[in-house]
Write a protein that binds this ligand. Structure first.
Ligand code: G4P
Length: 528
């Protein structure tokens, strides 16, 4: 096998999807510990603390710098290279969170055993569905009382519409938690207070028939366990790798992140079965990661620490070939060859200057606003990757200027900030309003803050009667014109000049769709 193939096949690039407080940060720390990046553990937690202080803008500013480094965490494990892409989750939840999911090959869903499937998990799963991303699940906080495991699987299947294949099964819960059974190997891993639960530091029985197990958990519990396992095996699906890879089935693990229990079983299974980098679609053809010529796309832009410099880091996912520091590549959108100097890599221990990167890796490129989300880079052949869309915002505000003379600056600021992708900016056809759309509320505060700080514009944001947005397309120019005339009140142009329907309510959207069957309403927009 060539070095390129070997490096590509051992990459695992994924993100964690969860509702806030399910345990994503804690699980991330434990995964990093297994990857040998011990010093990082504290800083993940520290960032979380800063994140809760949403109204403290100095903290936010400081955090911008930190979050560049922890946006991507790379660590080696069992001969694999794992890339964990952070999905901002608390107040900083936003379109970036969705778009990160377009740059991964698989995802890990964390569910709180007491809360089950929560609202944000549902949304994030919808995004995973767009590309049939394979998903593994970790049911967390088994050291506390929660829902019955079998009911939880049922809930996941029902609410998220994905088949569950339990790989581990809990023995007890809360104060009665005794361990987990691995349904594929048959091994029993005991839960004992004070352990670290690495393979070396666990009590493991080869099967539930091991006489030692009865001595540890008692005859009654063992009998209950046998009954339960019979029930589970009858009622659930066995792990089917093809179904997992197609996004139809999720392997499920049980554990307690804070106690590091059940985490290594998950990680071992993950590196073995999760997909290595997959082929990616472009406007002209599919690009295989096995190809030796470099290509990649930008899925996230982040303003850097120093606002005076308007310096930005573009996060590029490598799709094929090898990145070498200082190499030149064609930036397809502008049709120019650019030098990719000073790229950053994101080893979990620290941010470092990268020399080489392979498919599945993410590199950070410094630039001054010349790179946009969705930009493709390639060597030789011009390629344009698809599937890195804008997502319809879910929250809307009307920008209001305190000083009307600053309109030009406001427009410029909004346009530039929307290029970073955290917010979108719409101009209604029938008014001079400037409408801002976002997926998370914090973004409006960030925009107001940055408009003042970087553009000297004092603006505030008012509530506006818009529930959701859809990009509209129609192959029949006449019908589109008709639609445009009839619905001008609700139509706007986005920053790229594309036509968008801003629906005052969900019901209104439904009616508009019914009345114009020839018009396609899309909840995502591909970058041009
Ligand atoms: P998030 O990133 O998904 O938002 O969740 P995070 O890991 O921060 O966890 C949320 C809370 O749940 C934290 O408590 C964390 O300690 C706790 N937690 C995580 N895993 C487990 C677990 O397996 N069992 C139990 N019982 N709790 C768990 P906190 O009180 O918000 O913070 P802290 O002060 O305890 O760190």
């Amino acid at each position: 096998m060539s070095e390129h193939l070997r490096e590509t096949r051992r990459r695992r690039t994924f993100a964690i999807v969860s509702h806030p407080d399910a345990g994503k940060t804690t699980l991330t720390e434990k995964l990093l510990l297994f990857g040998g990046a011990i010093q990082m553990a504290g800083s993940v937690k520290g960032r979380k603390a800063a994140r809760h202080a949403t109204s403290d803008w100095m903290a936010l500013e400081k955090e911008r710098g930190i979050s560049v480094t922890s946006s991507v965490m790379q660590f080696p494990y069992e001969g694999r290279i794992v890339n964990l892409l952070d999905t901002p989750g608390h107040a900083d939840f936003g379109e970036d969170t969705y778009r990160v999911l377009t740059a991964v090959d698989s995802a890990l869903m964390v569910i709180d055993v007491a809360k089950g499937v929560e609202e944000r998990t549902i949304k994030l799963m919808e995004v995973c569905r767009l590309r049939d991303t394979p998903i593994m699940s970790f049911i967390n906080k088994l050291d506390r009382e929660g829902k019955e495991p079998i009911d939880l699987l049922d809930e996941v299947e029902r609410v998220l519409g994905i088949q569950c294949a339990p790989v581990t099964w809990p023995i007890g819960m809360g104060s009665r938690l005794k361990g987990v059974v691995h349904l594929i190997t048959g091994e029993v891993h005991l839960y004992e207070p004070g352990r670290n639960f690495t393979r070396q530091d666990s009590t493991i029985f080869a099967s539930i028939d091991d006489p030692g197990l009865e001595a540890r958990i008692g005859a009654n519990m063992l009998a209950d366990l046998r009954d339960e396992l019979e029930l589970v095996q009858g009622a659930s699906h066995p792990f089917d790798k093809d179904a997992y890879l197609a996004g139809r089935q999720t392997p499920v693990f049980f554990g307690s992140a804070v106690n590091n229990f059940g985490v290594q079983l998950l990680l071992d299974f993950f590196v073995e079965h999760a997909p290595s980098p997959k082929p990616r679609a472009t406007t002209t053809r599919e690009v295989s990661p096995d190809e030796e010529t470099f290509s990649g796309f930008v899925f996230k832009i982040q303003a850097n620490m120093d606002p005076q410099h308007r310096d930005r880091v573009a996060f590029l996912r490598v799709c094929s070939g090898r990145f070498d520091a200082g190499m030149k590549a064609l930036q397809t959108r502008i049709g120019k060859e650019v030098k990719l100097a000073n790229a950053l890599t994101f080893m979990a221990s620290d941010r470092e200057i990268v020399e080489t990167a392979y498919p599945g890796d993410v590199i950070g490129i410094h630039n001054h606003g010349t790179i946009s989300i969705g930009d493709s880079f390639s060597v030789g052949e011009a390629l344009n990757f698809t599937g890195i869309p804008n997502f319809a915002p879910e929250l809307f505000r009307r920008a209001r200027l305190r000083d009307p003379l600053k309109l030009k600056q406001l427009q410029k600021g909004l346009a530039q900030l929307s290029e970073e992708g955290a917010t979108q900016f719409f101009r209604p056809l029938m008014s001079n309003d400037l409408i801002l759309g976002a997926v998370g509320t914090l973004q409006f505060d960030v925009v107001a803050y940055r408009l003042k700080d970087e553009y000297g514009v004092d603006a505030s944001f008012d509530q506006v009667q818009i529930a959701t947005a859809r990009w509209v397309h129609c192959d029949d120019a006449k019908k589109l014109e008709e639609f445009r005339e009839k619905n001008a009140m609700n139509l706007a142009l986005d920053a790229a000049g594309e036509l968008v329907y801003l629906a005052p309510s969900r019901v209104n959207l439904q009616l508009a769709q019914e009345r114009a069957p020839a018009v396609r309403f899309s909840a995502t927009r591909e970058h041009a």
